[in-house]
Ligand binder design. Structure first.
Ligand SMILES: [Fe+2]
Ligand SMILES: [Fe+2]
Length: 138
C-alpha cells in the first residue's frame, strides 16, 4: 500500500454486512502499511501477526460472501471463489516465508494494493446488482 486508504461510499457493494467486512479488511491493509517502514524486531513481529490476521479474517469474509452469493444464485460464483482461493494461497505463501524470517513487505504491499483494486473494486462490484434487485423486490 503506497499510503493508507480510506473507505468511502463508492466502495459499497450494496450489502451492509459485506461492506462492514470490507472495511475491516481495509483496516488490516492499513495496519500492514503502518509497519512497512519498521524493520525492528517488533515491526517484523507485528507484520507476522497482521499477515496471520489477513488470512483468518479474509477466510471468514470469503465464506460469508460465498454463502450470500450462492443464496442469490450468482452466476459468477465459481470464478469468484477461485479468486478467493488465489488470495488465500498467496497469503499462505507470505506467511510461510515469514515463518522462516523472510519478510517480503514490498511484495505484500503490491499484492494487497492490486487485490483491493482488482478483487474488491472490480470482481466484488460485479455482484452489486444482486443486492439492488433483492432490495427492489422487497
Ligand atoms: Fe469481498
Ligand atoms: Fe470476493
Amino acid at each position: 500500500m503506497p499510503q493508507k486508504m480510506t473507505w468511502h461510499s463508492g466502495y459499497s457493494v450494496g450489502n451492509a454486512g459485506l461492506d462492514e467486512q470490507h472495511k475491516q479488511l481495509l483496516a488490516l491493509c492499513n495496519k500492514a502499511a503502518d509497519c512497512m517502514e519498521d524493520d525492528s524486531a517488533r515491526g517484523r513481529e507485528q507484520f507476522h501477526v497482521i499477515l496471520n490476521d489477513l488470512c483468518i479474517y479474509a477466510e471468514q469474509h470469503f465464506r460469508t460472501e460465498e454463502v450470500l452469493l450462492g443464496q442469490h444464485h450468482y452466476a459468477g460464483l465459481t470464478g469468484h471463489k477461485a479468486e478467493h482461493e488465489d488470495y488465500q494461497a498467496k497469503l499462505v505463501g507470505f506467511l510461510y516465508s515469514a515463518s522462516f524470517g523472510i519478510i517480503d513487505k514490498e511484495g505484500l504491499r503490491r499484492y494487497l494494493s492490486d487485490w483491493w483494486i482488482h478483487h474488491i473494486l472490480e470482481s466484488d462490484m460485479q455482484y452489486r446488482p444482486l443486492f439492488a434487485r433483492a432490495h427492489a423486490a422487497q
